[in-house]
Structures are given as structure tokens and as C-alpha cells.
Design a protein around this ligand. Structure first.
Ligand code: ADP
Ligand code: MG
Length: 634
């Protein structure tokens, strides 16, 4: 009998209640994962004790053989998961098993609407952890004692998962934690030796700590009947119990790699691919890196979880060691185990150690190579790109040295397919370049539709020249860091002079010059009418269907970037666009024929329309509407 004292009943944090609800309803067909989660926590607790004991051997309390034990009682309908790891104090129990530690997860849950909460896919975006016990149990009891604490400092936690939990002080002989699941009526199938064994093998084979189950042996008499009182219980290790990454590649199956991924990434679904490498020589480390198939909810959050699980000589050091991968590869999950660092490294030391920088650059190459390999499987790569493409686009700005490798991994929408799906590579584009074409042409707009019907494309469509249609928020910024690909320079078709190089013949160029001359007077009149609203006015051959367009000087910041910076509160110097007129358009002919006030109104309408087509804002939209209406009723 345990005597309990100082008992108090507390309410779960609102987000925990939400998580419990979401989990119980959406994970019904995947109930068995509770065991993986509890074993994973037990293994973490053993890792933590081993790490703490490096400085203070006494924490083992004479029991340094770290292990996890699983027991069941079919009659009582219980399953127990026990470890002799670090354990928890009363405060830690209340904190860890009553709230959701990661603030991001709590934030995320707060934002979910009722409908979304029913969505099982959402739950895969964050680890379910300890609370998953309630998928199969209608009551959970936890008994724990922190390593190094007094025997009287044990704690018991109980809950039916319905909004509140009770904690009490107990006496506990051993340090570590024991979790007892009182199975629901319809989950008693889990109180079964073979079921438990097979689940341990399925989910926890790769865990380095041994997972043991009791084996009861009995003696039988000559007639084959069990001799009463002859039962002897011995403990049998059920899992492989070696760190998966420390095993040779050839001995690890795909299923084992996938199971390990789910453990390190807290994900439900399979990874897209992985890369397992042992490096010896100047640096000595083993890495096992995965590309997930789905994005975590905090991918774009500043303090979102990122980085690898760090081990030094097989001793767990820390989760989310973000120093070993650049930010633009923050979606990568996995493990790094090295001999090059000392066991007492801290995050601060990691920031200064030059070896860390060298490992980082090696791991970066690894990941880029892994992605290159993945790109041979177009379906899998498309999944990757749709999920993480806009993160990878941060690469050229962050990682100058690998710019070319990253460029080869980028995918775009283009006029070749006219599809919003970004699935064309720069190599595809270059292979389709026309004879005489020297540049890779692109256009940046706020959305795919705006890009697809931009007036700037008219001449390119007419001549059948492909243009990349960039419509992601980060695209203009990306392009400002990419200058060429395979020796071909990039050209923004909405900036600077239109230069089609040798695609245009001598005759065409001559004809253009002649038109320009013929329209000199018109151009002058328009410039006078518009005053300093524009930097310059010219005639153009960019356009076939539109009367006019605006163009920015070559090195000017584009409209997309301006909008982003302005939204971030920056004030930018005004840019005056260049207005280009299509001399073959009926409206330009009408403009030529117009006089005085009519001329000025039409010229201003043409300018404002061109700005709108570019996705820009008008200073005085009402004036535009007034002028347009005047023209319509004239
Ligand atoms: P996570 O493992 O992702 O942190 P969990 O919900 O699985 O989230 O666990 C919450 C916290 O409860 C853990 O971070 C740990 O501090 C604590 N915990 C859970 N199980 C144990 C255990 N067996 N021993 C010690 N601490 C534990
Ligand atoms: Mg956990």
C-alpha cells in the first residue's frame, strides 16, 4: 500500500483538453501508437539520467543499468511502462503532465476551429506524446521519483483524461517513472504478451535502451500439469537495443529506418527519403538525416523546432541542435552522433566551435545531394517541393557557396505549362531555350493569375519564348540572389530595356527604330502631360494586346519586394516608372488624335491602368475612375 499525502486536484490547461479530445477522436484507427510514445518518453528519461550522471554518478543510486520494462495484467486490464530514468519532481509532474510545454503547440491548437479539430491529419503536425495514453485508457496512473531525490519525494499522478488530474506525495523505493494504463473496455486487446511484444519490435526496436518484458516459466509434472508455486519470472529483452544509426547500413531495413524517423520526428507518416552516413578521418561522426513528407506547423515560426538530435559518443546531448544545418534546411530531421565534441558541450559552445561549422557544411552537402537524388523521382520530389520549396528558396541568399546546387533544385511555374504548379526546373528551361536566346527570362507577380496575364508577356508569347512565372512571396528576393544558371543570366522582363538578343532579326530592329522615330512627337506630348509622374515615356514592341505598360529601371527594387518591405513598416524612396506605349494599339492612335484635356485624361488613364495591371496601388483611385467614366461617356 502506498500512503498518499498532500493530495490536490488540478485542471488541465485548456489546450491539453483540446489535444486530448482531438487525439481520442482522430487517432482511433491508429491506437497502438500510445506504446511508442510512452517508450519514447521512457527512453528520453534514461538518456537524460545518463547525461546527468556524467557529472554525478551517485544519481544512479547503485542501479546504472538503464532499462524500460513493460508489464501487463489481462485480468485487471492494465499495461504498465516503467523506466529507471531521470524521473520527475512534483512540480515537474504538474508542469509536464498538465500543460503543453511547447508554446508553439499551444498557440497552434488555439487557432484550430471546430471543424479542423476533427481532422486527423492535423494531429500529425505535432507530437502527441504522453497524452496518447488516453486513446486506450480511461484512467492513467503515473508514479515517479526524481533521481537523486529522497525516497519520500515520490509523486503519484492520476487522471481519467476528462479535464482534471490529481497529484499526491508518495514514498517510492526506486527513482524513475512508472505509467499504468487502465485500459478501456474496447482496448483490452493490448493487455496481451504477443501484442505488446510485436508492438515493441515494430516501433521501438531501434531504441538503445533495452525494453524488457517478464517471461514466466513454470515447471510441469510428469502428466504435463503445471506444478503450483513453480513459476519463475525472468526478464527478456524484446527490442534490438542498439542505436539504429550505429548499425551498418546494410543491416537496417527500410521499415526500421521509417520507424526510427517517426521516433525522432514525432511524425505519423513516412519520410520521403533519408541518408545514413558514417564519416571517419579528420571529422568523426555518424549522421542519419531525413526529409519529411509533411510540414510541421511551426515551419515558418521564428522559434519553431529545428535541427538534429545531438549525441556525443552515443550519449544523448540535446534535441533540436540547430547549429548543424542552415536555416533553409530547417525541415530536415535526424540524428548526429559525433566523437569530435566533448560530452559537456552546451549551445553556447556549439556556436563557437569551428568543428561545428565543418560538420554543418558537410551535412549541408549531404542534404543537397539527397535532394538531388530525390529529384529523379518526380512524384516524390513534387511532394517535397510543394511542402518545403519556399523554404529552400531562402537558400541562395543564405548559402552563397552552394548557390548553384540549390538553383538546380528549384522548381517554377512557366509559360511552357501555364500551370500554377511549380514543377519545371531551370535545366528544363535551358533545354527548351530558343536558338539565339541568351537569357533566362522571368516575371515576378503577386499571384499566378497576375503573372500569367501580365502585359509584359505579350511579345514573349507571340515569339514562343518561355518565361518563368514567379508568384511566391519570396521570389523577388530569391532572384536578387541568383544571377545565372549554367552560364545563362537571368532577366526580369518587367525591368530595364527589353533585349531579346539575337532572337530578333536586323530587320525587326530597324522597323522598331523607325516606329520610335515616327512617334517621337507623341512621346514628348505624353511626357509633358504626365509630368514627373513618370521617369520616361517610350514606344515599345513588348506589347501586342495592351496599349501600355510600366517598366522599372533595371536595378530598381520590384513591386513585390516594395510591398513586402512597406508592409514591414519601411519607408522607401518613391520610384517613378517608365511608361511604354504600344504604337499599334487603337487607343494609342486615339491618343494621338486627342487634344488638350482629352489627351491628358487618356494619357493618365493609360498610366493608371498599366500600374493596376502590375498589381500596384493608385495614389488617387477616385480620379482614375472619374477620368475613365468621362472617357466612357464621351
Ligand atoms: P515530449 O516527449 O515531446 O516532450 P510528451 O507529451 O511525450 O512530450 O512528454 C511531456 C514531458 O513529460 C516530457 O518532455 C518529459 O519532461 C515528461 N515525461 C514524460 N514521460 C516521462 C518519463 N517516463 N520520465 C520522465 N519524464 C517524463
Ligand atoms: Mg514524448
Amino acid at each position: 500500500m502506498t500512503t498518499t499525502a498532500h493530495e490536490e486536484t488540478l485542471g488541465f490547461q485548456t489546450e491539453v483538453k483540446q489535444l486530448l479530445h482531438l487525439m481520442i477522436h482522430s487517432l482511433y484507427s491508429n491506437r497502438e501508437i500510445f506504446l511508442r510514445e510512452l517508450i519514447s518518453n521512457a527512453a528520453d528519461a534514461c538518456d537524460k539520467l545518463r547525461y546527468a550522471a556524467l557529472d554525478n554518478d551517485a544519481l544512479y543510486d547503485g542501479d546504472s543499468e538503464l532499462r524500460i520494462e513493460i508489464e501487463h495484467d489481462a485480468e485487471a486490464g492494465t499495461v504498465t511502462v516503467r523506466d529507471n530514468g531521470i524521473g520527475m519532481s512534483r512540480d515537474e509532474v504538474i508542469q509536464n503532465l498538465g500543460t503543453i510545454a511547447r508554446s508553439g503547440t499551444a498557440e497552434f491548437l488555439k487557432q484550430l476551429s471546430g471543424e479542423q479539430q476533427k481532422d486527423a491529419r492535423l494531429i500529425g503536425q505535432f507530437g502527441v506524446g504522453f497524452y496518447s495514453g488516453f486513446i486506450v485508457a480511461d484512467e492513467v496512473t503515473v508514479r515517479t521519483r526524481k533521481a537523486g531525490a529522497d525516497k519520500a519525494a515520490g509523486v503519484e499522478w492520476r487522471s481519467k483524461g476528462e479535464g482534471e488530474f490529481t497529484v499526491a506525495d508518495i514514498e517510492r523505493e526506486a527513482h524513475g517513472t512508472e505509467i499504468i494504463l487502465h485500459l478501456k473496455q474496447d482496448a483490452t486487446e493490448f493487455a496481451d504478451e504477443y501484442r505488446l511484444q510485436s508492438l515493441v519490435r515494430k516501433y521501438s526496436d531501434h531504441i538503445e535502451v533495452p525494453v524488457r518484458m517478464p517471461k514466466v516459466e513454470t515447471a510441469k509434472d510428469d502428466d504435463g500439469n503445471v506444478i503450483e508455486g513453480s513459476e519463475v519470472t525472468s526478464w527478456e529483452t524484446v527490442n534490438e537495443a542498439t542505436a539504429l544509426w550505429a548499425r551498418p547500413k546494410s543491416e537496417v531495413s527500410d521499415d526500421e529506418y521509417k520507424a526510427f524517423y517517426k521516433h525522432v520526428a514525432h511524425d505519423f507518416s513516412d519520410p520521403l527519403t533519408w541518408s545514413h552516413n558514417k564519416v571517419e578521418g579528420k571529422l568523426e561522426y555518424t549522421s542519419l538525416l531525413y526529409i519529411p513528407g509533411r510540414a510541421p506547423f511551426d515551419l515558418y515560426e521564428r522559434d519553431g523546432a529545428r535541427g538534429v538530435k545531438l549525441y556525443v559518443q552515443r550519449v544523448f546531448i540535446m534535441d533540436d541542435a540547430e547549429q548543424f544545418l542552415p536555416l533553409y534546411l530547417r525541415f530536415v530531421k535526424g540524428v548526429l552522433d559525433t566523437r569530435d565534441l566533448s560530452l559537456n558541450v552546451s549551445r553556447e559552445i556549439l556556436q563557437q566551435d569551428p568543428k561545428v561549422e565543418r560538420i554543418k557544411s558537410a551535412l549541408t552537402k549531404r542534404v543537397l545531394d539527397m535532394l538531388k537524388k530525390l529529384s529523379k523521382d518526380s512524384e516524390a520530389y513534387q511532394t517535397f517541393w510543394n511542402t518545403f520549396g519556399s523554404v529552400l528558396k531562402e537558400g541562395p541568399a543564405e548559402d552563397f557557396a552552394n548557390r548553384d546546387k540549390i538553383a538546380a533544385l528549384l522548381r517554377f511555374s512557366t509559360t511552357h505549362t501555364d500551370s500554377a504548379t511549380q514543377d519545371q526546373s531551370l535545366a528544363d528551361y535551358v533545354a527548351r531555350m530558343q536558338k539565339g536566346q541568351e537569357k533566362i527570362y522571368y516575371l515576378v507577380a503577386d499571384g499566378f493569375n497576375a503573372a500569367k496575364s501580365s502585359p509584359h508577356l505579350e511579345i514573349f508569347r507571340k515569339k514562343g519564348i518561355e518565361v518563368l512565372l514567379l508568384h511566391d512571396r519570396v521570389d523577388e528576393w530569391l532572384m536578387s540572389h541568383l544571377h545565372e544558371f549554367e552560364g545563362k543570366r537571368f532577366a526580369d522582363i518587367a525591368k530595364g530595356e527589353l533585349d531579346l538578343g539575337e532572337i530578333e532579326g536586323e530587320e525587326e530592329k530597324k522597323a522598331q527604330e523607325e516606329t520610335a522615330k515616327a512617334k517621337e512627337a507623341l512621346v514628348k506630348r505624353v511626357k509633358e502631360a504626365l509630368g514627373d509622374a513618370v521617369q520616361e515615356v517610350k514606344v515599345t514592341h513588348r506589347l501586342t494586346d495592351s496599349p501600355a505598360c510600366v517598366v522599372l529601371p533595371e536595378h530598381e527594387m520590384g513591386y513585390q519586394m516594395r510591398r513586402i518591405m512597406e508592409a514591414a513598416g519601411q519607408t522607401l524612396p518613391e520610384v517613378k516608372p517608365i511608361l511604354e506605349l504600344n504604337p499599334t494599339h487603337a487607343l494609342i492612335e486615339r491618343l494621338e488624335a486627342a487634344e488638350d484635356e482629352g489627351f491628358e485624361d487618356l494619357a493618365r488613364v493609360l498610366l493608371d491602368q498599366a500600374v493596376i495591371a502590375e498589381g500596384g496601388h493608385l495614389d488617387d483611385p477616385a480620379a482614375y475612375v472619374r477620368r475613365l467614366n468621362a472617357l466612357l461617356t464621351a
